[in-house]
Design a binder for this molecule. Structure first.
Ligand code: ZN
Length: 146
């Protein structure tokens, strides 16, 4: 990857880190789920509001502390999945995992998610990027979302 692209990736991650989207807590959440990455000390707390049928993620907000990659990735995730059907949320989580594990090429993603693919150059940071996403998956399992 060339330096210019790296700079773009850094800018997007920095921007989300400084101004995280959907930061805070959902009032009357369906579920609260905490995730922790001991390798880096990242911690995120997701609050979710699901539709009564549990088939749509009506709202998602997060708080947390950690490195810029973790917080930026969780911010980008929240934009991606908020308001989506749970089936789409699940496939977005899987697709992002595949991106981080090198099974899905960055070209298959748009916008800020593609920027996160730069993290793959730093294997130790992949867990940072995945934390919000795996925590969301755990939350969906816990509430038996459909
Ligand atoms: Zn981290």
């Amino acid at each position: 990857m060339n330096q210019e692209l790296n700079a773009i990736y850094r800018d997007i991650i920095r921007e989300h880190h400084q101004d995280p989207r959907n930061y805070g807590e959902v009032t009357t959440p369906t579920c609260v789920q905490e995730g922790f990455n001991p390798l880096c000390g990242d911690r995120v707390v997701l609050t979710l509001k699901l539709s009564p049928e549990k088939d749509r993620l009506e709202d998602l907000r997060f708080t947390g502390e950690g490195c810029s990659i973790c917080l930026a990735s969780t911010s980008i995730m929240s934009e991606e999945v908020r308001g989506q059907p749970v089936s789409k949320v699940r496939s977005a989580i899987q697709k992002f995992r595949d991106l981080m594990q090198g099974k899905e090429p960055p070209e298959n993603f748009e916008g800020d998610i593609e920027a996160l693919s730069g993290v793959r150059q730093f294997p130790v940071r992949i867990k940072c990027a995945l934390l919000g996403w795996t925590t969301l998956q755990e939350a969906l399992e816990k509430v038996k979302a459909v």
